[in-house]
Design a protein around this ligand. Structure first.
Ligand SMILES: [Fe+2]
Length: 377
């Protein structure tokens, strides 16, 4: 049995950022902490947001990386007087939204972020939180998780609680206007991976498969259009799919591509979508024979059989032609990775329990090595 936690209010559509002030009054936010991605701040969308926030005494925080860390959270907590803060607004990708969730947790219930990473229970509501996602893939705006790199141990760790789901989400595809092709591809591939891994998961149910089939159909229609043509309607669809996909996978878990992406992100600060793309093909190949029916169905629903393409070839084409492979070649190499530690850490991921195929350290080392070798071909 499972239950679905969703934001209380979802405002969807281009221009929905204009509703930020009414959402603030609805949730009685007058002095927010605003966690905003520093690149988003420089865009036209960021300007619109700043103008809308002009009248409010905001505390702005942008000093965080693509993989938010405990040090950055502590920096926000120590350098700002958050005692009068009555709500949190996050605007950016998964890093901004996850960091905002973590800070909100500490200012709402006390303790330190390390306490919660070590299992401190979250017993009640947080201060009201509004999320404005600005990528095609994180989905953190609809998830009950915050994923944080623990600086002391160089490990990505998750905090999970229904209270971490933001109260309101503004899904405004105008936020994507300045996103580069590379970032559309990296975040889009992350979102596709959420749905694929959910669809082949050992924990998938008839109900979750109804959702994942629909989402895969949408990826087949819109992913390439969004990445290669920057088609506005396709981008808007991808933005909405990311939100919907994250409602789904807390019920099913993910698989080895995500299990490996977190330790690699912690050790290299590689963008999460890039880390997932690095392992996606090899991990799907590893799992294929253990989830043959769901794998076959994914190819059908994505429309690949009609196009006489295999799932792995389709993904490889997108990863190569969007520039992800070139990015990975420049930013990652075997020598930068502590392979044994990454393999061991990945096996502690909760996603191992939902992976279709049993997996051990030897398998993980093979998947890492094959994924890195694939970059050289
Ligand atoms: Fe992801």
């Amino acid at each position: 049995m499972w239950e679905l936690q969703t934001p209380k209010v979802i405002v969807n559509g281009r221009g929905s950022i204009q509703n930020i002030n009414s959402m603030m009054s609805r949730f009685e936010i007058t002095r927010p902490l605003v966690v905003i991605d520093r690149e988003v701040k420089l865009t036209e969308f960021g300007d619109v947001f700043s103008r809308l926030m002009n009248e409010y005494p905001c505390l702005l925080f942008s000093e965080f990386s693509t993989n938010p860390t405990t040090s950055q959270i502590n920096c926000c907590l120590h350098n700002y007087d958050l005692s009068l803060c009555d709500g949190v607004i996050s605007i950016g990708g998964g890093s901004a939204i996850d960091l905002a969730k973590a800070v909100n947790l500490v200012i709402s219930h006390g303790g330190t972020i390390e306490d919660y990473l070590n299992g401190k229970t979250i017993n009640g509501k947080l201060k009201p939180c509004i999320a404005v996602p600005t990528t095609c893939g994180a989905g953190a705006e609809s998830s009950p998780y915050a994923v944080i790199t623990d600086t002391a141990f160089l490990k990505k760790r998750g905090i999970s609680s229904p209270y971490l789901v933001p109260d309101a989400v503004l899904l405004d595809a105008d936020s994507l206007n300045s996103l580069s092709r590379l970032m559309i591809a990296a975040t889009g591939i992350d979102s596709l991976t959420h749905v694929l891994e959910s669809h082949i998961s050992k924990k998938a149910t008839p109900l979750t498969r109804i959702s994942s089939r629909g989402l895969l159909l949408s990826f087949g229609l819109f992913l390439e259009q969004a990445i290669f043509k920057k088609n506005e309607a396709a981008l808007e669809n991808l933005h909405d799919i990311a939100f919907t996909a994250r409602l789904l996978y807390p019920r099913t878990g993910l698989s080895v591509a995500h299990a490996l992406s977190h330790p690699v992100g912690a050790h290299t600060n590689l963008h999460h979508g890039m880390a997932v793309a690095l392992f996606l093909i090899t991990s799907l190949r590893f799992n294929k024979s253990y989830c043959a029916e769901a794998f076959d169905e994914a190819e059908e629903v994505l429309g690949l059989k009609r196009r006489k393409l295999s799932l792995l070839d389709w993904i490889a084409r997108i990863i190569n032609e969007s520039g992800i492979t070139s990015y990975l070649v420049q930013h990652i190499s075997k020598s930068k990775l502590p392979l044994e530690i990454i393999a061991e850490d990945s096996l502690r991921s909760s996603n191992i329990a939902s992976n279709p195929r049993p997996v051990d350290k030897y398998d993980m080392l093979n998947i890492i090595t094959e994924s890195l070798e694939q970059l050289q071909r």
